[in-house]
Ligand binder design. Structure first.
Ligand SMILES: *Cc1c(COP(=O)(O)O)cnc(C)c1O
Length: 353
């Protein structure tokens, strides 16, 4: 047993025993950063805490669930894990499989995952297959492969993924001393909103917190099946991590939003990109585009007057910006300049004498 990941820290809330061999990369315990500048830029009147999940070992929140899914796969004697992925699940699965000495098979939509995520799957030695189809098609194939005894599915249809990911809610309560009033996050396959709601409820039931947040989930406009009320055949958005037309945890996500008096709504790609840049500029926090959907949701809710005065907000930013540097360069609205190697030229380039 090694490390101090989420299973060790929250083991009494998770389905492990003293004999379980824990596969961990010391995930979790990510910073919860109070965002003063962004709140001020939006006109103030509330407090906002950013859960920076890009600082997990494979740079997304997926590690919280993957540690438990792979631990349980090993416990059961599985030799291979399989997943469909928009990129981060495969990056995480590949790393934890390497740690466990297992085979990992990943199915991804052709040409639709970011360069960084592809690099992660390949360098960790996952058998990486690009299919001519979208994420939803890939997940269908994985469901079929999972019927065989030799493959353990580690998508969020694996209940251990949801269990592991609920530790994000525990950590927020541990830092704030209670649950926030509202929790914002992006929604793709809808596993994470399900996990957070589960975590907040369990922590309250066990006397570790007194209140429950309203769960505010945000889909991308071109991939918003829950908002539209029907599956989207060909989802489209720049935020590839939430480019999903038929979420696996649809019902549970709807329940989280209803039970918590929250909402699931959508933001446009333009709003996502604005939020992506705004967070980087005002707070020094670099996230991938999908992760900015929750921030865009806060901007939108504030503009609509839907954030009560004095509220405490938490927002999960799900993955690191370096996963997709190409988008950041396009979205930066600024370029580097090339000049001669002398002081005058440098000063001239920045408009100073
Ligand atoms: C997986 C992922 C999401 C979506 O989470 P779901 O649990 O599928 O709703 C959002 N952002 C990033 C960066 C992701 O990797």
């Amino acid at each position: 047993m090694v490390g101090h990941g989420v299973i060790q820290r929250y083991r009494k809330f998770l389905p492990v025993s003293d004999e379980t061999c824990i596969i961990s990369l010391n995930e979790g315990n990510t910073p919860l950063i109070e965002s003063f500048n962004l709140v001020q830029a939006l006109g103030g009147g509330f407090r906002m805490f950013v859960k920076y999940e890009g600082l997990n070992p494979t740079a997304s929140f997926k590690d919280r669930g993957m540690t438990l899914a792979v631990t349980k796969a090993v416990e059961k004697g599985a030799r291979a894990i399989v997943c469909a992925s928009t990129g981060n699940t495969s990056a995480s699965a590949a790393a934890y499989a390497a740690r466990a000495g297992m085979t990992c098979l990943v199915l991804i939509p052709e040409g639709k995952i970011s360069y960084g995520k592809m690099a992660q799957a390949l360098i960790h030695g996952a058998k990486t297959i690009e299919i001519r189809g979208n994420f939803d098609d890939a997940l269908e194939l994985v469901r079929e492969l999972g019927l065989r005894d030799d493959f353990e599915i580690v998508n969020s249809i694996n209940p251990f993924r949801i269990q592991g990911q609920k530790t994000g809610a525990f950590e927020i309560c541990d830092v704030l001393g209670d649950a926030p009033d509202m929790h914002f996050l992006p929604v793709g396959n809808a596993g994470n909103i399900t996990s957070y709601w589960l975590g907040y409820r369990e922590y309250k039931e066990n006397g570790h917190s007194n209140s429950l947040p309203r769960m505010m989930g945000w889909q991308a406009e071109g991939a918003a099946p829950i908002v539209r009320g029907e599956p989207i055949e060909s989802p489209e958005t720049i935020a590839t991590a939430i480019r999903i037309g038929n979420p696996a945890s649809w019902d549970l996500a709807s329940r989280a939003s209803e039970e918590s008096s929250g909402a699931i709504d959508c933001v446009s790609d333009e709003e996502i990109l604005d939020a992506h840049r705004l967070l980087a500029r005002t707070e020094g926090l670099f996230v991938e585009p999908a992760s900015a959907a929750g921030i865009a949701g806060i901007v939108k809710s504030k503009a609509r007057g839907e954030i009560p005065e004095g509220s405490i907000l938490a927002v999960t930013v799900t993955g690191h910006g370096l996963k997709d540097p190409g988008i950041a360069i396009d979205n930066a609205n600024t370029k580097s300049v090339v000049v001669e190697s002398d002081i005058e030229s440098v000063l001239e380039a920045i408009g100073m004498e």
